[in-house]
Design a protein around this ligand. Structure first.
Ligand code: ARG
Length: 288
């Protein structure tokens, strides 16, 4: 069912179980994997010798883009740059909240040039409030907006000093969370935002202190199993009703259904070879 701008009560509410899940229309930025490949290794998923199927990667990515459009979202595309094979992971390109754009500054030299390429896209489109950051941050890979709060990952990529930088720039509370498992090197590989006050996550990817913080803030969160986390099930995108996630995350799909969401399985196996999936390919443009 496509998204609507109005509040249409459908689904479980009719049976008096819980309020209906309502999708809201989103603006998304994506980058076609025209130059995608695994030519270096900066996370445990990447094995440059293994080879990638460029045509399949493109088909899988197009399916994701088409799904967004079918669901009623609008998708913008940024021109991919040669020699930047990871640029397909648009989530890392910036963080956009209330129409303000915090640029991304990458940890690894292989991805450094993506930061200015994404920033230029925003400048050319007239975004006024744009900040080139002082500290390393990998965009929505590590900054996830939940309602009027930002959850911020650190431990592998994003510098914890950038959390204060983001709080000051957006004027929103930023909560730091520390990642410990190298397979979950970005926050968006261990935690997904489902609605303005709900998340799902894999506790083992975090330090004990960060787990306690998540339990305090989100006592009713959906908890992912090790199996679902291992197939990148948490690298998901939710519009408030539909949750797009890797098809292989069977347990999470059932849990989401039980919570009143509509899980939509997506095959992005070629992109997983670089350590990315649904959310990594998707940057949300939260314009005012
Ligand atoms: N190969 C990329 C990297 O290691 C994958 C980035 C995935 N993006 C994400 N939002 N988690 O940087």
């Amino acid at each position: 069912m496509p998204v609507s701008d109005t509040l249409t009560p459908t689904g479980p509410a009719h049976r008096g179980e819980r309020p209906a899940r309502v999708a809201t229309r989103r603006r998304l930025l994506m980058c076609r994997p025209r130059h995608y490949d695994v030519t270096y290794s900066i996370n445990p998923w990447m094995s440059p010798g293994r080879g990638t199927d460029g045509a399949l990667a493109l088909r899988q990515w197009e399916r994701l883009r088409d799904l967004y459009v079918e669901l009623g979202h609008s998708v913008e595309e940024i021109e991919p740059v040669e020699d930047l094979p990871d640029m397909v992971f648009a989530a890392n390109g910036a963080t956009v909240v209330d129409g303000k754009v915090l640029g991304a500054r990458f940890r690894h030299a292989e991805r450094t040039a993506e930061g200015p390429a994404y920033l230029r896209w925003f400048q050319e489109r007239g975004y006024q409030d744009v900040l080139w950051p002082q500290h390393v941050n990998e965009g929505e890979g590590d900054f996830l907006t939940v309602g009027r709060r930002i959850l911020a990952g650190t431990g592998f990529r994003t510098d914890i000093r950038s959390h204060a930088e983001a709080q000051e720039f957006f004027g929103l509370p930023v909560t730091s969370l520390t990642l410990v498992d190298p397979r979950h090197y970005h926050l968006d590989t261990a935690l997904a935002v489902l609605s303005d006050d709900e998340i799902m996550y894999y506790p083992e990817a975090f330090t004990p202190g960060s787990r306690a913080v998540l339990r305090t803030l989100f006592p009713n969160a959906v908890i992912a199993s090790a199996e679902d986390a291992a197939v990148f099930g948490l690298n998901a995108f939710s519009d408030g009703r539909h949750v797009l996630l890797p098809s292989a995350a069977k347990g999470l799909r059932a849990q989401l259904r039980a919570h009143g969401f509509e899980p939509v399985g997506v095959e992005l196996t070629e992109l997983l070879k670089a350590g990315g999936s649904v959310k990594c390919c998707t940057l949300e443009l939260r314009d005012r």
